[in-house]
Write a protein that binds this ligand. Structure first.
Ligand SMILES: Nc1nc2c(ncn2[C@@H]2O[C@H](COP(=O)(O)OP(=O)(O)OP(=O)(O)O)[C@@H](O)[C@H]2O)c(=O)[nH]1
Length: 533
C-alpha cells in the first residue's frame, strides 16, 4: 500500500508516525504518574512530553492531536507544582488521554505504517518444536504481533541483550527437559520488572509444582503448545496499551473534612471521586456520577448508612454496586449488622491509606470483571447482542458530528465447517474471527457477537466507503488464516450501512440487507447499503 504513495505523501505519512509515537510517549508517562506519587519531576516530564506533542502535531498538521494536547496543557496549567490533580482535573486529563489513545491507527489504516513504528516490541518465541514455532509465528503475524523466533538458548540470551521483547512465549522444556524454566529464572533474576512470560507444554499437562515454578519466574499463563489461539488472545490483552478507565468512587460522609481527606488519598492513586455530604441527595448524585463503588459513613444526620444501603440496593441497576462502610464504629456486632444490610465490607477509621486503596482496587476490579461477564459473550469475549445495541445507542448519542457505520459480518458456509471438521473446530473459527476483528480495529470500535456465526461492529468516525475499505482489508487477511494448523480456511461476507439519523432497528435492517446481497452475490465480499434499502 505504501509503495503506491508519492514521495510527498510518504513523507507526510512518515511524520504522522512521529506524532503517533509522541502520543504513545505521553500515554506511557501518564500511566506511571500515580505510582510515582505525582512527583514534581515526573509531572514536569509529562508536561514536556505534551508540549512536544503540541509542537509535532502543529508541524505535521495533525489538528486532532494538537487540540487534545492543548486540552491537556490547559488542565495541567491549573495544577500547582508539587500537587496532584483533584478529581475534576483527573477526570478531564483521563478523558483526554483516552481520546488520545483512540487516535492511534487502525491496524488496517496502513499495514506498512505499523512496521514503521519503532516502539512496537517483538514477542520472542522459544519452542523446541520448530514446526510449531513457525506456525505460531505465522499466526501471530496475522494478528498484528511481531514474533521473533529463538532457536537455541544461546540465540535467546543474545536476543535479550540486543532488545527487550514485549513478552516471551517459552516452552517449559526449551533446550532440554525443564530447561525452559531455568532459562526463565535466569532472565528474570536481575530484572526490576519481570518480563511477561507465557509458558507452553506438549502433551502432559504441567504439575502443580511446575505451575508454581512458572508463577515464580514471571509466568502469566501456561498453554498447550498447539493452542496458539489462546496464546495470542492472552498476548493481545497483555499488550493492549489503551489506558484503563479510572476507578470512580462516591464518598458519602457528612463530615466535609473527613470526605476531603479520603478524596485526596484516592485522587493521588489516580481514582476519580465525588463527595456527597448530604445522604438525602445521594440518589441524584448516583445517577449523574455512575460510580464503580460507594464508600460510606455509618452515622449521618437524616438517615444512617445501613438505611441508605438498603434504599440503594432496592434499585436493580445498583444491586452489584460494591458498598463499603468507612466508619469509626468499632463494635463488631454492629459492623456485621451493617454488612448484612447490603454493605460488602467494613473499614474502621482511621484506616491506613494502603489498606483502603488495596480494598477498593480489589473490589472495583472484581465488580468490573463481573460486569464484563454480564456484557460479553462467553465464547468470544465480545459484547453480547443486547450490549452491542446499547453501545450503538451510546455511539449515536455521543458522536453526532462524525459518521458512524454499522457493519454486519457472517461466516460463509459455516454449517459445512461444523459438519466436516466438527463443532469444536467451528468454535475455534468463531474465536479466531473475534480475536482478528479485535486486533484489526481500533479499541474504540465496539464489536459484538450478534448471533451464532454472525458479528456486528460499530465503526465510529468512518463513512460507509471507509468502512468498506477497512472491512475488505480484514476480509482478505482473514481468508489467509489457517484455523486448525493444517487446511481449514474460512471466509466471511459483510454488509454495511452508514447512519443517517434513522432508528437503530432501521439501521440494523439496512446493513442486514446489504449482507444478504453479499451472500447472494457469491459470498466472501463486502457490500454497502444501496439507496432504498
Ligand atoms: N461451532 C459452532 N457453530 C455454530 C455456533 N452458532 C451457530 N453455529 C452454526 O452455524 C451454522 C449456520 O449455518 P447457516 O445459517 O445455515 O449458514 P452457513 O452455513 O454459514 O451459510 P451462509 O451463511 O449462507 O454462507 C449452523 O449450522 C449453526 O449450528 C457456535 O457457537 N459454534
Amino acid at each position: 500500500m505504501t509503495d503506491n504513495l508519492t514521495p510527498a505523501a510518504r513523507l507526510k505519512q512518515h511524520f504522522s508516525f512521529r506524532v503517533i509515537n509522541q502520543v504513545r510517549q505521553v500515554i506511557d508517562l501518564w500511566r506511571q504518574l500515580p505510582a510515582q506519587h505525582w512527583s514534581a519531576e515526573r509531572m514536569m516530564d509529562f508536561t514536556l512530553a505534551v508540549e512536544k506533542l503540541v509542537r509535532f502535531s502543529q508541524r505535521f498538521e495533525a489538528a486532532r492531536h494538537e487540540k487534545l494536547a492543548r486540552q491537556l496543557l490547559s488542565t495541567l496549567a491549573h495544577i500547582a507544582v508539587g500537587h496532584s490533580p483533584d478529581s475534576a482535573q483527573l477526570e478531564s486529563l483521563n478523558q483526554t488521554i483516552i481520546a488520545l489513545s483512540k487516535t492511534a491507527l487502525r491496524h488496517t489504516d496502513d499495514k506498512a505504517a505499523e512496521t514503521l513504528i519503532p516502539e512496537k516490541k517483538p514477542v520472542y518465541i522459544a519452542l523446541s518444536n520448530t514446526d510449531h514455532a513457525l506456525t505460531m509465528a505465522e499466526q501471530m503475524q496475522y494478528f498484528g504481533l511481531r514474533p521473533e523466533l529463538q532457536r537455541t538458548a544461546h540465540d535467546f540470551s543474545q536476543a535479550l541483550e540486543r532488545r527487550h521483547p514485549a513478552a516471551v512465549v517459552l516452552d517449559l522444556d526449551f533446550a532440554g527437559p525443564g530447561q525452559g524454566l531455568e532459562l526463565a529464572q535466569s532472565l528474570q533474576q536481575s530484572r526490576e520488572n519481570p518480563l511477561p512470560v507465557l509458558f507452553t507444554y506438549r502433551e502432559t499437562p504441567p504439575t502443580l509444582e511446575q505451575r508454581l515454578a512458572t508463577l515464580r519466574n514471571g509466568g502469566l499463563g501456561i498453554y498447550e503448545e498447539m493452542d496458539v489461539q489462546s496464546v495470542i488472545g492472552h498476548l493481545e490483552n497483555l499488550l493492549d496499551s489503551t489506558p484503563d478507565v479510572p476507578f470512580k468512587i462516591l464518598i458519602i460522609d457528612d463530615s466535609r473534612a473527613q470526605a476531603t481527606h479520603t478524596a485526596n488519598v484516592l485522587n493521588k492513586a489516580g481514582m476519580v471521586t465525588q463527595v456527597a455530604n448530604d445522604p438525602l441527595l445521594v440518589l441524584d448524585v448516583l445517577s449523574g456520577f455512575t460510580p464503580d463503588l460507594i464508600l460510606m459513613d455509618m452515622y449521618m444526620p437524616g438517615c444512617n448508612g445501613m438505611e441508605l444501603a438498603k434504599v440503594i440496593r432496592q434499585q436493580r441497576e445498583y444491586i452489584n454496586l460494591p458498598i463499603i462502610y468507612l466508619s469509626g464504629e468499632e463494635d463488631r456486632e454492629r459492623q456485621l449488622a451493617a454488612m448484612a444490610e447490603g454493605g460488602d465490607d467494613f473499614l474502621t477509621k482511621p484506616v491506613d491509606p494502603g489498606h483502603l486503596l488495596t480494598t477498593l482496587r480489589n473490589r472495583v476490579s472484581r465488580a468490573r470483571q463481573l460486569q464484563n461477564l454480564i456484557a460479553c459473550d462467553s465464547l468470544t469475549g465480545l459484547l453480547n447482542h443486547t450490549h452491542l445495541l446499547g453501545a450503538l445507542q451510546d455511539a449515536m448519542r455521543k458522536n453526532e458530528d462524525v459518521p458512524i457505520s454499522f457493519v454486519m459480518v457472517d461466516i460463509d458456509h459455516f454449517k459445512q465447517v461444523n459438519d466436516r471438521y466438527g463443532h469444536p473446530a467451528g468454535d475455534l473459527v468463531i474465536r479466531n474471527l473475534s480475536l482478528f476483528l479485535r486486533q484489526s480495529l481500533r479499541k474504540s470500535d465496539p464489536i459484538g457477537r450478534y448471533g451464532g456465526e454472525e458479528f456486528a461492529i460499530i465503526l465510529i468516525d468512518a463513512t460507509a466507503q471507509q468502512a468498506r475499505q477497512i472491512m475488505d482489508d480484514i476480509r482478505l487477511n482473514f481468508a489467509n488464516l489457517i484455523h486448525d494448523g493444517q487446511s481449514l480456511r474460512v471466509t466471511f461476507s459483510c454488509g454495511i450501512a452508514e447512519w443517517s439519523g434513522q432508528s437503530i432497528s432501521e439501521l440494523v435492517a439496512t446493513s442486514d440487507q446489504a449482507l444478504y446481497r453479499a451472500k447472494h452475490n457469491g459470498r466472501n465480499q463486502v457490500q454497502t447499503a444501496e439507496q432504498g434499502e
